[in-house]
Every structure is written in structure tokens, then in C-alpha cells.
Design a binder for this molecule. Structure first.
Ligand code: LGS
Length: 481
């Protein structure tokens, strides 16, 4: 059957994504400082299923081999993150820059360019230097951390911007704020309701951290716009979470409102200030009152100078939203909404995958894309999309490399992109998550999102069938330029 994805634009950006802590390893090499993820994994190993990123996929030593795979898969682009603590081990604006760290990322960038692959660099994928957390509370000190982030961004623009033209400031600030400071499930693991945490205030900290992330992003973009854009001619944006919500009871206006509210708490929280230079969504102010920090006139003027080029969307799944109380401790951060995987009639959303929270819902992906483009009007790059196949975590290599579920998932989601383009959205690229099976944060090495099978004992890589299918789809793209 002819697939809609033949209509993808011919200049569609195309590749795979990873993040430093999930693949690099080499945590004590090359002068790297510790990050909050090193601490989190080692302090109470049961919180990350006894896994850590000490070795991960050993990409630190094997990147050439990994980039050969990218070449084999026909990737035109590759999204990776820089570990802040490799560049500035102590993190701060008055701390020394680590030349060995600079050299490592220079090698990565040069090696990609030598293969004709465009680097897309994420500055922050959740690995704050531990020293900043110890010094002033890290993301909890809005004024300090934004200055340090700006300095770190400057070092990256100065040292890599002659060759890197595509920048993503932050990956999923929502996860950093909510999982790091409300549920405590991610580093730095603060929560007043998680029994494994000893500190934190779930009712205030996520909102403070949210503001720190927004202002840090804005500082980096404003800096880029003022000092680097006209010589480096690159683009800069941010990657936001992209869960989509439908009303649980299609007939109930309160559920319709709840699904919108849920998305405002998820996306509008960051996207309103970042893309519209506007205050947080009204429903957030209404529910949270003065627990939600204000933006000062100076903050607004900075936000206005921080116009970025694209909306980076990480999309995995969709759910139903029912008004009322969600489960503590998430009631507040989820906008007082209950999240469900089936609607009032008991119809499940999408198709199950290898993870309980991830169901394949390409039709809702299309709706989500179209909604986001209408709201924020920026070209969209899908900066993550992917899944583990049902049962994949228990499979041996020979079984896992045969991944028809993932092939269908990719195909369906690329088709949804084409349909949203037909709806009028501007969608310019797609990065599959992920190049390799890797450390899935607090889920450890169980879930396998890669198009390449990683044997965590031998560190051998083996391409799965899906890797090459993507090459085929993209080679056939023939939509308008
Ligand atoms: O590996 C991460 C992928 C996998 O699933 C990547 O580093 C992240 O940027 C991104 O968050 N990723 C991801 N996200 C889905 C998170 C949904 C959590 C929903 C949990 C519901 C109980």
C-alpha cells in the first residue's frame, strides 16, 4: 500500500537522537565533573533499577563506530547532547573550561561532518553539574543558574558554533521540573511525597525550577540572537514534551476543559513564555496562585529578545483526561486532571507497546502537531519519537533485531506528519529516538528504544531491521521543497 510518507518534503531533515548521560559512559575520563545524574544513580541505586551511566553504551570510546552506523542508516542529521560538566566541570561562570571536554565534542562534530551528517546539539539534557546543585541549589536558584547557563551556552557557541548551526537549548524542561522536583523519580530526586526522598517541597519547587529553566533558555537564545546569529547563521530552539490529551468523556464539557488544561500545564507552561513571550496559561495562575513565580518586566523584555526559530517536539504517546483529582503527588502538576488510557466507553487509546505508559496513537499525533502549529506558529522539528516493542526487554538479540512493531510505529508516525503537513503545519524534520538501546534513566537498561541493539555486556552493536526501513522511507520522499 502506498504510504503517505512519500509526501515528505525533499529537504526534510532526517536522523536519530541520543543524550550524553544515556550513551557516553567515560564519566571519570577527560576531566569530566559529576552531574546530578551521577549522584542520583549512585546514592540510592534502587531508584534507577541499580543502573547508572558509568559505562552506558561506551559511546565515549566508540563514537566512530556509532557514526558509521548513522552513515549506514542514511541519516542526514544527528541530535546529541553536550554534558555541561565535561565542558565546565564545576559548571559556573567563573569556573575553568575543560579543554579535554572541548576536544571530545570537537571530535564528535568533525567526525559527523566528515560523513556528511549535520550535528544538532542539545545544550541541556537533564545533567546539571553537581557542583552547581551543591553551591546554590542548582535549578532552585533562578537568578544564579540562568547566568551560569548563559555562560555555558556562550562557551558552546564560541567553541563549536563555527561548525554547529542547529542548537536546542533544553530537552523537556517539564520532565526536569516535575520528575526532578515533584515525583522525585529523576535527578536530583527532590520530593516531599516520595518516601525515598528526604527533602524537597513538591508544592513549590517545580514552579521555581520551571521559571529557572525558562529564563536560562531565554538568556541563551537572546545571547545567540545578539552575538552569534549574524555570523554563524544557525537556528536555535527548544525541545518540549509532547503528550496529547483527549477528553475521557467526549460529551462532557468539563473533560474537554480538563484535556486542554492538562496540555496547558504540560506545554503552555513553557511554550507561552518561550514562544509567545507571554505569561503562563491562565488556568495555571488560577490553580496555583502565588506559588507560580511572576515574570518581572525585565524578564518579559528578555523573553521578547529571545525569539527562537523552531519548536522541537518530543512525542511518544497520548492519553485521556478526566476532570477531578489526579493522584497525589501529581494532582497539582497535572492540572488537577486524572490521566487514563481508556475513554468512558472503555475504548483504549492506541496500541500497546513495550512500556505501560507508551501506546501508539498516530492519529492523535497528527492532531497534536496541528494544534501546536496553530498555537505557536513556529516550524516544528520532531526531535524525538520512538518506542520499545512489546516484550523486547526480555528478548535475546536474534529476536530483538526483528522489530516489526517499531517499523509500523515509525511508518504510522511519519504518515501522521504528512497528514499534519496537509492540514497546513510546517514540519521540517524528524529524529527517531534512539540511535542505540541505552540507559533509560530511572528505568535502567530495561526499555530498548534503539534502532540498534546494544549488548550491555560486550557492548557490541547490531542494527535492527527498523534502522534500514527508515532509510528506505526517507530515500523515497518526494514532496514539495
Ligand atoms: O530516553 C528518553 C525518552 C524515552 O521516552 C529521552 O531522554 C527523553 O528526552 C524523553 O523523555 N523520552 C521519553 N519520554 C517519554 C516520557 C513519558 C513519561 C510518561 C510516564 C507516565 C507514567
Amino acid at each position: 500500500m502506498a504510504s503517505a510518507s512519500a509526501l515528505l518534503p525533499r529537504d526534510f531533515e532526517w536522523g536519530f537522537a541520543t543524550a550524553a548521560y544515556q550513551i557516553e559512559g567515560g564519566v571519570n575520563e577527560g576531566g569530566r565533573g559529576k552531574s546530578i545524574w551521577d549522584t542520583f544513580c549512585h546514592l540510592e541505586p534502587s531508584r534507577t533499577k541499580n543502573a547508572n551511566g558509568d559505562v552506558a553504551c561506551d559511546h565515549y570510546h566508540r563514537f566512530e563506530q556509532d557514526f558509521d552506523l548513522l552513515g549506514q542508516y542514511g541519516a542526514g542529521a544527528y541530535r546529541f547532547s553536550i554534558a555541561w560538566s565535561r565542558i565546565i566541570p564545576l559548571g559556573g561562570r567563573n569556573d575553568p573550561v575543560n579543554e579535554e571536554g572541548i576536544r571530545f565534542y570537537n571530535q564528535l562534530i568533525d567526525s559527523l561532518l566528515a560523513r556528511g551528517i549535520t550535528p544538532w546539539v542539545t545544550l541541556y539534557h537533564w545533567d546539571l553539574p553537581q557542583a552547581l546543585h551543591d553551591r546554590y541549589g542548582g535549578w532552585l536558584d533562578v537568578d544564579e543558574v540562568q547566568k551560569d547557563f548563559e555562560h555555558y551556552a556562550r562557551v558552546c557557541f564560541e567553541r563549536f558554533g563555527d561548525r554547529v548551526c542547529n542548537w536546542i537549548t533544553l530537552n523537556e524542561p517539564w520532565i526536569q521540573a516535575v520528575y526532578g522536583y515533584a515525583t522525585g523519580g529523576n535527578a536530583p530526586g527532590r520530593s516531599s511525597t516520595n518516601k525515598q526522598s528526604t527533602d524537597g517541597d513538591t508544592t513549590t519547587e517545580p514552579w521555581i525550577v520551571g521559571k529557572a529553566l525558562i529564563m536560562s533558555h531565554a538568556r541563551a537564545v537572546a545571547l545567540y540572537n545578539k552575538e552569534f546569529r549574524h555570523t554563524q547563521r544557525g537556528v536555535i530552539g527548544v525541545s518540549l514534551n509532547g503528550d496529547y490529551f483527549e477528553p475521557w468523556d467526549a460529551e462532557d464539557p468539563q473533560d474537554a476543559e480538563a484535556s486542554e488544561r492538562r496540555m496547558e500545564f504540560h506545554i503552555g507552561w513553557f511554550a507561552n513564555p518561550i514562544f509567545l513571550a507571554k505569561d503562563y496559561p491562565t488556568c495555571m495562575r488560577k490553580q496555583l496562585g502565588d506559588r507560580l513565580p511572576e515574570f518581572t518586566p525585565d524578564d518579559f523584555s528578555l523573553l521578547a529578545q529571545a525569539e527562537c526559530d523552531f519548536y522541537g517536539m518530543n512525542y511518544y504517546t497520548a492519553q485521556f483526561a478526566k476532570h477531578g483529582t489526579g493522584e497525589a503527588p501529581l494532582t497539582d502538576v497535572l492540572g488537577n486532571v486524572e490521566e487514563l488510557q481508556h475513554d468512558k466507553q472503555g475504548t483504549p487509546v492506541g496500541k500497546e507497546s513495550g512500556l505501560h505508559w507508551l501506546r501508539s496513537c498516530p492519529d492523535l499525533f497528527r492532531k497534536h502537531l496541528t494544534r501546536i502549529y496553530k498555537l505557536y506558529g513556529k516550524p516544528i522539528y520532531i526531535t524525538e519519537n520512538g518506542c520499545p516493542c512489546p516484550g523486547e526487554d526480555k528478548m535475546v538479540k536474534e529476536e530483538a533485531v526483528n522489530d516489526p512493531y517499531r517499523i509500523q510505529y515509525f511508518q504510522d508516525h511519519l504518515d501522521a506528519i504528512c497528514k499534519s503537513i496537509e492540514d497546513g503545519s510546517v514540519i521540517k524534520g524528524y529524529f527517531a529516538w534512539s540511535l542505540l538501546d541505552n540507559l533509560e534513566w530511572s528505568d535502567g537498561f530495561g526499555p530498548r528504544f534503539g534502532v540498534t541493539y546494544t549488548d550491555y555486556v560486550t557492548l557490541e552493536r547490531t542494527p535492527k531491521k527498523s534502522a534500514l526501513l527508515l532509510k528506505d522511507i526517507i530515500a523515497k520522499r518526494q514532496g514539495p521543497l
